[in-house]
Design a protein around this ligand. Sequence first.
Ligand code: GDP
Ligand code: MG
Length: 441
Amino acid sequence: LSDRLTSVFSSLRSKGRLSDADIDATCREIRIALLEADVALPVVRAFVARVKERARGAEVSQALNPAQQVVKIVHDELIEVLGGETRRLRFAKTPPTVIMLAGLQGSGKTTLAGKLARWLRTQGHAPLLVACDLQRPNAVQQLSVLAERAEVAVFAPEPGNGVGDPVDVARRSIEYARQKNHDMVIIDTAGRLGIDQEMMKQAADIRDAVQPDEILFVVDAMIGQDAVTTAQAFMEGVGFDAVVLTKLDGDARGGAALSVRHVTGRPIMFASTGEKLEDFDLFHPDRMASRILDMGDILTLIEQAQRTFDEQEAAKMAGKLVSGEEFTLDDFLEQMMMVRRLGPIKNLLGMMPGMGQMRDQLNKIDDRDLDRIAAIIRSMTPAERRDPKIINGSRRERIARGSGVTVTEVNNLVVRFFEAQKMMKRMASGLGFPGMPGGRK
Ligand code: GDP
Ligand code: MG
């Protein structure tokens, strides 16, 4: 996958402007790449059409070459389709908040119920797990074991009472949760290996009995192309508010995420990444976009594109310094943070004429230093940051206490800052940055 895209992009790299032919050629390859990532065909078609439109409408960027620009459009579009930001759980106005899980057998519902319960407990909730899968012989026991591990309560039909009615169990569990002050109820349901009407009806009956605040559709990321039909069937049969993707620790390429999102319009809320209760996280569209693009060279191109933006920021900063504005501790901090974002400092400074001394200064600083320096500066008052000369002995002690460092470290920082400030003044009055935006003419 990445080889293919890389070759297209490198053929684009040398040209100054994206032509329609370039866009068409690129999109043909992107289409194949997405199919290889297991995205369903109709979804691929729609996606590629949107990318084309954006690529045609996009202004030719100053900062990015055409290849980077296409990569960025594809990546941005993927993130957008995958949901932009992650959506949060909706809580009921009057507790308990009822969450119902639906999905095929083996998709990971019961495991997810345990994970979700544990996660909610660590956030201060008191969840109740409800066993409404009464079809599989050991399903109730599986949930009880998970509940114990997650250290949460479980509501299940008494053993020996014969096979209970899942709708009845669900209904009674809500009553029980109210009595025992559980603010969250998580209902695990039965699934079948294939989509089947009886299963859908049971799920719909449970839904009607408890009126969940959230119905989560749980889907195995490994099912690839089948995700579309499964999601559609559950959308029609039960309906759902959000999606949970499971088994993302496997080698699934993530196409299911794009397909489900596209077909149902529902956000993907959580990601399940293993068999352990801790293998659970909010869904991150940006990570999934990278996964679908199959990492490697494509990501390198995206990072390069991103870096170019950051470099423009750096140029702005340089412009500010040269214009003679006072260089403050806030600038100092901002500059160091920028260095961290940019990674290898030499690359950046190599592009900024006259920055050799600054490079030597900054090369002495590693990431952990940077965190401490940030803490120290953030423990200063605005007046101190503007004019560090006022930082006397008692202020130093206060700052040291506030940032959890020694007074010596505060001293060192202040000394270092004065050095940097002197250097900035020298540069501003001396050579300046010829050719930098906002710099001296
Ligand atoms: P259910 O039938 O939908 O309730 O699915 P289960 O929760 O019983 O999970 C089916 C199988 O998949 C079990 O063996 C789980 O341990 C496993 N499983 C569930 N979620 C994940 C996951 O995110 N990653 C991996 N590797 N296995 C999982
Ligand atoms: Mg189950």
